[in-house]
Ligand binder design. Sequence first.
Ligand SMILES: *Cc1c(COP(=O)(O)O)cnc(C)c1O
Length: 489
Amino acid sequence: MKNSNIRKLLMDRSIEGKVGATMPSIDVPLQTLPNKKFLRENLAMPEVSENEIVRYFSSISQMNFSIDHNFYPLGSCTMKYNPKLNDDIAGFPGFNEIHPLQNIDTIQGALEIMFDLQNILAEITGMSGTSLAPMAGAEAELAGMLMIRAYHRNREDFKRKKVIIPDSAHGTNPASAVMAGFEVISIPTDTNGNTDLEALKNVVDASTAGLMLTQPSTLGLFDTNILEVVKIINSNGGLIYGDGANLNAILGKVKPGEIGFDLVHSNLHKTFTQPHGGGGPGAGAIMVSDKLIDFLPDPIVTKDKIDKFDLSKPQKSIGKMGAFHGNFGALVRAYSYIRTLGKEGINNISEDAVINANYLRIKLKDTLDLPYDRICSHEVVFSAKTIKEKYGVNALDIAKRLIDYDIHPPTMYFPLIVEEALLVEPTETESKETLDEFIETVKTICEEAKTNPNLLHNAPHNTPNTRLNEALAARNPKLNWRNTIEEAN
Ligand SMILES: *Cc1c(COP(=O)(O)O)cnc(C)c1O
């Protein structure tokens, strides 16, 4: 990266007359183009040789950080290691080359996978029915909220207009409730990081449609008040929605259905497998109890007496969540992940995810602040509050300095209820050796904060781009080549 030539954009490497491709000689009659209007006389195209173009693209591919490069403590929420096998299977022609409008008789195998996956997910979550239609976690939440609305309306109970959401919920929870037409009532988290029961009792009444709970919460904690919470809501006629975007903390250990949840969604791209950084693609399955099974989104896969699979619309369905039947490629990957692991492997996921997060919690609790000093789930929230007060170095500086050590930053400044938050999720797939390296690196950086804080303020130092103005980089990105010489004249 030190070589400045490597930073040159392709257009700036252009030398007139250089050619990087050899065209085959023409073997059809020469045609004249029907309309010259669409042709440009001058088109700025780089003229470079083949090896230059290969080197250019290889070098820019190395400027990016990826999970295949090194540790990525953003965790399952953003990018955990996805076994390559699942990609290979999703690429089979029988999965990859079918069309959603194909005759149902010709896609029985694909439907069987969806049917099995529906059942497996219902079993894992202790629910009665599944729809694989939503394309993301947030869309599954919306589907769930629309089902809650349809359920109350179906009982001609029109006054249930409020959804209660603890402040440790994921940000998409209140957004989904509002999109479905509900009013959101936010309640605080108690000092242990659980739902504040007194606050909950104060707001529940006959206008409560339900409660949305991220379990484990965004603090990485399993809400130990959960049975009490369920009791309070149920006895008032409300429904309980569980945000299980990241079920990897409880897979095989806790079934939300058995605790009393009426709906739960899981982000198949997070809990199971699917490379999904940068916004997609994903799949958000929604699982429901008996009460809501008739309201599931359309379609669900059904099997008749002669073992033929079909797509059906549940009786009181809230309708479609998008075109066709969900994000099929993501469904195949999740299915492949679950089937290769088996029952025992699924159990190991949650054990490994939780042990890894707690290992980091114990090893780093004397280095960073630990706002909730209790056993965590799949992720652990630290805070750089003390380091900031003592040395003027904040969570952002620490995160940026990690990049110099070839480690991706963890989630910063989230959850919002923790000052200078650093939310670390190692996931189930990382080894003890990788975690030890991370621990040593964080300790080194916190030492540097004392002795040389400027080193952290200006980090990263070893990357193609150093500290960016993040607001401008996001709002005013320069995405195409510009002739800076001509612009200057
Ligand atoms: C990621 C996440 C969501 C949203 O899921 P998307 O697939 O990004 O729409 C919702 N809740 C929690 C807890 C999450 O981590």
